[in-house]
Design a protein around this ligand. Structure first.
Ligand SMILES: Cc1cc2nc3c(=O)[nH]c(=O)nc-3n(C[C@H](O)[C@H](O)[C@H](O)COP(=O)(O)O)c2cc1C
Length: 178
């Protein structure tokens, strides 16, 4: 598939088929994520993949608000996206390179995640990025170490819907040429 087609095809999916996704496909997606650019090649993003039926049930109930639980009701995979903090955007002595501090870690994670999401799209999978999630419950349930900042939860599965894309701003509206 052409890159333009993949970009056009990607939409947030809020209804999934009750159909498993193989570990091989998830590994392919995460491999594509590892090819993304990162601050000084610091490669701080991490993934915590939930596939077990029992843990999925527990995670959805404890870590997502009701509306997101509904959005990902049948989703067979949830990927918690984190990054190792205080590295991207920081010097070896621990001082920040500039005012964005751990914003660079979040920036790298977003780039990484988008590679994963576009690869999922190419593989015929739907995704939903969720920023509305309970950080403390996720950390506790998955025992995520204190040096990792939790960013998003990404649902992955076979789409059971073909949603309309919400409207976008135009190039002119968001761009300044000098
Ligand atoms: C950082 C981030 C957080 C988001 N959090 C949620 C969320 O918690 N629940 C949800 O239903 N959609 C969430 N979305 C999806 C956006 O609502 C969606 O990307 C946007 O409306 C554009 O639609 P599209 O993805 O179909 O192009 C999130 C997207 C991003 C990038």
């Amino acid at each position: 598939m052409e890159l333009n087609d993949i970009i056009n095809q990607r939409k947030s999916i809020r209804k999934y088929k009750d159909q498993d996704v193989s570990k091989q496909l998830i590994d392919e997606m995460i491999h594509c994520a590892t090819l993304a650019e990162t601050w000084k090649n610091s490669q701080t993003p991490r993934y915590h993949v939930i596939q077990s039926k029992e843990l999925l049930k527990q995670f959805k109930a404890q870590c997502l608000p009701e509306f997101n639980q509904k959005n990902v009701e049948n989703a067979p995979v949830l990927i918690v996206s984190t990054f190792v903090k205080d590295r991207a955007g920081y010097q070896r002595n621990g001082s920040p390179d500039n005012e964005l501090n751990n914003g660079w870690g979040i920036y790298d994670t977003g780039l990484h995640n988008q590679n994963l999401i576009l690869k999922a799209t190419e593989l015929g999978l739907g995704t939903l990025v969720m920023g509305i999630r309970n950080e403390r419950s996720i950390r506790k349930l998955l025992e995520i170490p204190a040096n990792e900042m939790i960013v998003s939860v990404i649902a992955v599965g076979y789409s059971d819907i073909d949603p309309q894309r919400p409207p976008r701003k135009t190039v002119e509206e968001i761009t300044h040429y000098y």
